[in-house]
Design a protein around this ligand. Structure first.
Ligand code: TYD
Ligand code: MG
Length: 470
């Protein structure tokens, strides 16, 4: 019997050490080391065909001009939001990690994709649910496109269906893959897989790393796209996704508030496209539905102007979006005023309040201030500052802001309103949604008439108000 070898791994970055350490020398995190049993068998069974031919092939340096480049083939999915976050479709041989908290809808998203892909054979490997459970879910997701549930081709050669495999051993999975030859592979989830090459339990750092390495080899050698589902907890402590991020080509994060119906699929890393893309979904009883016009759902329907409510023209990824923010400023009942922000950074809110107090003379120090971004989404775009400040003042003074007015500007510490990027897109979106007035920074205006990037206001019918200070 082989001698067991024990090593210690950092759960945050995967650093390996022969003894336990309090602080990881690689990522400087404290208390992240866990003990794992590993066994490096020398006479190993081939995992993903690590054929001598491929591993011993020596590549020679090539001059970059001599490298022939083929336009990479991208497989388009019926889901436009998904294509967008991937940078325009699925790239052959890519390894994509989809992370997210438990219960957010990762399995639903991937099963829906597997069922709706036309003319493609998909293998959905689940280590978490039984095939009955998956079938039940598939029945719920029976959308128009999911003929794969009903129609089954008689000729196995032509069968482009969706196959379910409940298996957790990578060696067995590869055996099935060789028989089935799927065009797309989905793994739900990487934490449940185990490889016989490593002794430690599924979900441990060394297992996750080994299984991913095997799948990576499979993806690259066969040009099959592989989707991995990965779990993270609230504090991101579970082993896996952090080290996985380095190994895979694309990392997508599925996020959102479980109590809201909206979910955001965000690109964190993408070797084949922009990493600031964003897809929005709505979780319904029958699965996820793409939201192609997010502004409309994020704005509440109201006819009368109310105090404390403003609309900001923000940009999420490359996408303009109009978002409603609500503020409530009231006299504090306690000694220490409360400051709460939902969907917005509390520190930034404190900064805005300090600027309003110091530069504009509003007495907000003894007030409770509550901020809320509607729709349960989180906004990081600084262009929302101006809208938030307007909402705070509107609530403080109890003066409503007209419903057809919106804002886009960042606020600096001296109270100046700073320019924001892609202002044309923001103005155009506001105009499209029927707004009559938008407040922007004067620094977004061209300084010289011959400025190449000049903002041509005559193109818009919306009234653009330019402001320099709050
Ligand atoms: P799931 O995909 O299992 O989450 P994950 O794989 O990320 O852990 O989805 C979890 C939630 O989604 C679950 O609470 C039920 C809800 N849901 C719907 O609202 N509608 C549906 O059609 C489906 C399949 C799930
Ligand atoms: Mg799941």
């Amino acid at each position: 019997m082989a001698k067991t070898k024990i090593a210690y791994f950092c759960q945050s970055c995967g650093y390996e050490s022969p003894k336990w350490l309090g602080k990881c020398p690689s990522c400087q995190q404290w208390n992240t080391f866990v003990e794992e049993i590993l066994e490096k068998s020398s006479a190993s069974v081939p995992n993903w065909k690590s054929s001598p031919a491929s591993s011993q092939r020596a590549n020679k340096p090539v001059e970059v001009a001599d490298i022939t480049f083929k336009e990479e083939h991208r497989l388009l999915t019926p889901d436009k939001e998904f294509n967008r976050v991937l940078g325009g479709g699925i790239v052959a041989g890519s390894l994509v990690l989809i992370g997210g908290e438990p219960g957010i809808g990762k399995s639903t998203l991937m099963l829906q994709l597997a069922l709706n892909m036309p003319n493609v054979k998909v293998l959905y490997v689940s280590g978490e649910e039984s095939d009955h459970q998956i079938k039940m879910r598939a029945e719920r997701l029976a959308l128009d496109g999911s003929q794969k549930l009903k129609v089954k081709s008689q000729n196995p050669e032509e069968n482009k269906g969706c196959y379910i495999l409940t298996e957790t051993s990578t060696q067995n999975i590869f055996k099935q893959i060789e028989e089935l030859q799927p065009d797309i592979l989905v793994i739900d989830s990487i934490q449940t897989l185990h490889s016989s090459h490593v002794e430690s339990t599924p979900g441990s750092v060394s297992q996750v790393r080994e299984c991913t390495a095997e799948l990576l080899r499979f993806a690259k050698e066969t040009s099959t796209p592989v989707f991995l589902i990965g779990h993270i907890t609230k504090d991101g402590m579970i082993a896996g996704p952090k080290i996985l991020e380095h190994m895979v080509d694309t990392v997508l994060q599925f996020e959102g508030d479980r109590h809201h119906v909206y979910r955001i699929l965000r690109t964190i890393k993408n070797r084949f496209g922009s990493s600031s893309e964003l897809g929005i979904y709505e979780m319904l009883g029958e699965g996820l539905r793409e939201v192609s016009n997010p502004s409309e759902i994020l704005l509440s329907q109201r006819d009368e102007p109310l105090s404390g409510i403003t609309i900001s023209a923000t940009l999420e990824g490359m996408r303009p979006m109009l978002i409603e923010t609500q503020a409530l400023v009231s006299t504090s009942a306690y000694g220490t005023p409360q400051r709460t922000a939902t969907g917005f950074d509390t520190k930034r809110m404190s900064m805005l309040l300090a600027v309003l107090e110091k530069r504009c003379g509003f007495r907000l120090g003894a007030k409770d201030v509550f901020l809320n971004i509607t729709g349960g989404i989180r906004v990081e775009d600084p262009a929302i500052d101006l809208g938030l400040a307007a909402a705070i003042i509107s609530s403080h003074e109890d003066i409503p802001i007209p419903t057809k007015t919106c804002f886009a500007g960042e606020i600096g510490l001296s109270g100046e309103i700073r320019a924001v990027n892609r202002i044309e897109q923001r103005i155009a979106e506001a105009q499209k949604l029927g707004f009559e007035q938008i407040f922007i920074s004067k620094y977004n205006m061209p300084t010289a008439a011959k400025d190449k990037n000049r903002l041509d206001l005559s193109r818009y019918t919306i009234d653009v108000k330019v402001v320099g200070r709050i």
